[in-house]
Design a protein around this ligand. Structure first.
Ligand SMILES: *[C@@H]1O[C@H](CO)[C@@H](O)[C@H](O)[C@H]1NC(C)=O
Ligand SMILES: *[C@@H]1O[C@H](CO)[C@@H](O)[C@H](O)[C@H]1NC(C)=O
Ligand SMILES: *[C@@H]1O[C@H](CO)[C@@H](O)[C@H](O)[C@H]1NC(C)=O
Length: 351
């Protein structure tokens, strides 16, 4: 029928809006849990972590992918903030830098309590959802941050860290980094060394960095949706999540320029006939399912691993060797001997 042809553009526009409206409606009850945001790194770079600097005010912060109005517009319900320190801190001050990034995340929650709620478990995420706040969690980016120490890993856990990525752009003594796959770095562990081996079974939180999305400088929202489609195809819709890497990357797909754009991506998934249940899974429920399983597994019925990494696998640079056999024990050190001697003499005198 030729009559009514002029209505078609209108129909298309209405349908487009309808997907966006449905996305917003879905996200009002199931807001997005994003797995990775580097705003803390921007706060270090731009303001040396001084949050009281008026320019650092998160309600008006500009020049970043993330600020409070953008988080609200993006219906972000939970964020794993990245406590990231670059690879040039490896074997140097990586642990200190990581601690400072955890501190700045916690101070963000203190300074903006009406927006952020720092939490460490799935119950806390659900509570933030109910209160309309952004549940804020800590993820540590790069295995170099623990300096090959399970003790540091556990201490970071006590400070609120809830994930550690295996590597950033440097090998650790227990896992090879992604540059090995590109031929730009030497293989050392052929993937994970026996010290680094861990169990699998989780979800993939898709990174939006152009180079990862399209292997080019340019990318668009629809290509990110292609990745989500692909993961759904090979691993199932229950394995899909978002981990945008906002404020950690130099280029982002057109249509996904900042954290306010998540509803547009969700609209695209609905347009591609993802069911509401699948979309809710990708937004939040897949992460919550995995997080709850992790919480069950970490119920402390198993004793913590105590075996240290072999000393020979660590770089010597500025490292002491306490605890390893062959390393000088404290009481043999001249200064300590002196202190003991003085103590002994004092006790004799007092007698
Ligand atoms: C960004 O923020 C700074 C300081 O808060 C302000 O001086 C500047 O005008 C802002 N720029 C834009 C484009 O809003
Ligand atoms: C940020 O700016 C807003 C609006 O000017 C102000 O109300 C708020 O107190 C500021 N917050 C901080 C932490 O400086
Ligand atoms: C996204 O980019 C791809 C590859 O360049 C292109 O084929 C496609 O038309 C683009 N999609 C949109 C909606 O711009």
């Amino acid at each position: 029928m030729w009559t009514g042809w002029w209505l078609w553009p209108l129909v298309v526009v209405c349908t487009a809006d309808q997907f966006r409206d449905n996305a917003v409606r879905l996200m009002q009850s199931t807001p997005v849990i994003d797995g990775h945001n580097d705003l803390p790194w921007q706060l270090l770079n731009k303001f040396n972590n001084q949050l009281q600097d008026p320019r650092a005010n998160l309600t008006s912060l500009n020049g970043t992918h993330t600020n409070i109005p953008k988080l609200k517009a993006g219906l972000v319900g939970a964020q794993f903030w990245s406590a990231y320190t670059p690879c040039d801190t490896q074997n140097k001050d990586s642990v200190k830098r990581t601690l400072e990034q955890i501190d700045v995340i916690q101070r963000m929650c203190q300074l903006y309590p009406e927006t952020f709620l720092c939490v460490t478990d799935s119950t806390g995420i659900r509570q933030a959802f109910r209160e309309g706040k952004v549940a804020s969690l800590v993820g540590v980016e790069g295995g170099h941050s623990i300096d090959s120490s399970l003790g540091v890993l556990r201490a970071l856990y006590h400070l609120g860290m809830r994930y550690l990525t295996l590597t950033h752009s440097c090998n650790t003594p227990w896992a090879d980094n992604w540059l090995v796959d590109t031929g730009k770095d030497e293989a050392q562990s052929q993937g994970l060394s026996s010290f680094g081996q861990k169990q699998t079974g989780s979800l993939v939180m898709v990174n939006f960095y152009n180079d990862y999305v399209s292997c080019k400088a340019e990318a668009n929202l629809s290509q990110v949706a292609d990745h989500l489609d692909y993961i759904k195809k090979v691993a199932g819709a229950e394995a899909v999540g978002f981990g945008g890497d906002y404020d950690g990357v130099s280029s982002l797909p057109s249509g996904l320029e900042d954290v306010s754009k998540y509803p547009d991506l969700v609209a695209e998934l609905l347009r591609r006939q993802w069911t509401e249940a699948e979309v809710r899974g990708a937004l939040a429920e897949n992460l919550l399912r995995v997080f709850e399983a992790v919480e069950q597994a970490s119920d402390h019925t198993q004793p913590p691993g105590e075996e240290p990494i072999p000393l020979s696998q660590l770089e010597a640079s500025c490292r002491t060797k306490y605890g390893y056999s062959g390393a000088p024990s404290l009481h043999l050190q001249p200064r300590a001997v002196l202190v003991s001697l003085v103590t002994l003499l004092l006790s004799l005198y007092l007698l």
